[in-house]
Design a protein around this ligand. Structure first.
Ligand SMILES: C[S@@+](CC[C@H](N)C(=O)[O-])C[C@H]1O[C@@H](n2cnc3c(N)ncnc32)[C@H](O)[C@@H]1O
Length: 260
């Protein structure tokens, strides 16, 4: 059964230190691209959804007027507050992407990086983001994608074994549909950015049980040749060493309403 939001928040709470120090999250190649697309200005009010230990929110805060980092996990927010305590225009709050608690039309920018594959309902999440963005407000999302439909089952099994709070990694075409259905205008988006990940670090960041970790290792070793090629899985001495994870990076805008 899929994890509830309370279970998801509780299991993330013990991972604050792991994510606070994760180089991939602190400075992975998607972060600079997200900032480039979001174009934060000194007057902008921003919200970073699923902020975790706050790395994306802290980067936005270098340019924006005020940034809120929102996350349902107390432990992640505590870790964020500890490492980014000295940033005056950055605050962290409790909430989910389905229910942020903010009024209509209030943000210039909303971001969501490495988080949406955990969220239970993309239509509900996107409806909430649309509601709280101002007209012409920017929404930038970064999320791992499933690169080929034929690999969906294998990839899903891998993710859900490592992290039972994982819900689904979508195809780029699904993102296009989700955003259009929610009323957004798709400005730009691709999956050219790839994370080259060390498999042991990737597994251990989630602190799985020994059994879970061994199953993940085995899934890499027994992957089809197509999966090995698509994800660039490197194996040495019968040990899976590294793989490449493609990221969608998308800018969408809430269009201004035509009042005619
Ligand atoms: C990998 S961490 C986020 C990393 C962070 N955005 C960054 O750039 O470093 C994923 C976060 O998503 C949060 N999350 C899970 N479900 C959520 C939901 N429905 N709404 C908001 N956040 C959620 C988790 O609590 C966790 O802190």
């Amino acid at each position: 059964m899929a994890a509830s939001i309370e279970q998801t928040a509780a299991s993330w709470s013990k991972l604050g230190d792991n994510y606070a120090t994760s180089i991939v999250h602190k400075s992975g190649p998607s972060l600079a691209k997200l900032i480039q697309l979001a174009r934060p200005q000194s007057t902008d009010l921003c919200l970073d959804i699923g902020t975790g230990t706050g790395h994306t929110a802290a980067e936005l805060a270098k340019y924006a007027h005020k940034v809120w980092g929102l996350d349902p996990s107390h432990g992640m927010r505590l870790a964020a507050e500890k490492i980014y305590a000295d940033i005056d225009n950055l605050g962290f709050i409790d909430g989910t992407s389905e229910k942020t608690g903010f009024p209509d039309d209030c943000f210039d920018i909303v971001t969501a990086r490495h988080t949406l594959h955990h969220h239970p309902s993309m239509p509900n999440t996107l409806a909430e983001i649309y509601r709280i963005l101002k007209a012409n407000g920017r929404f930038v999302l970064v999320d791992e994608i499933t690169p080929k439909p034929e690999l969906n089952d294998w990839y899903h099994q891998l993710e859900i074994t490592r992290d039972p709070t994982h819900k689904r990694s979508y195809y780029l075409s699904e993102w296009q549909d989700f955003l259009k259905d929610a009323g957004f205008e798709w400005i730009v988006g691709d999956s050219k950015t790839v994370y080259h990940l060390d498999i042991e670090k990737w597994i251990n960041r989630m602190e799985p049980s020994r059994e879970q970790a061994n199953t993940v290792r085995q899934l890499f070793l027994s992957a089809s040749e197509f999966a090995k090629e698509t994800f660039n899985i490197q194996i040495k001495d019968n040990k899976a060493i590294s793989f490449d994870m493609p990221m969608a990076i998308i800018l969408a805008i809430k269009p201004a309403r035509n009042e005619d």
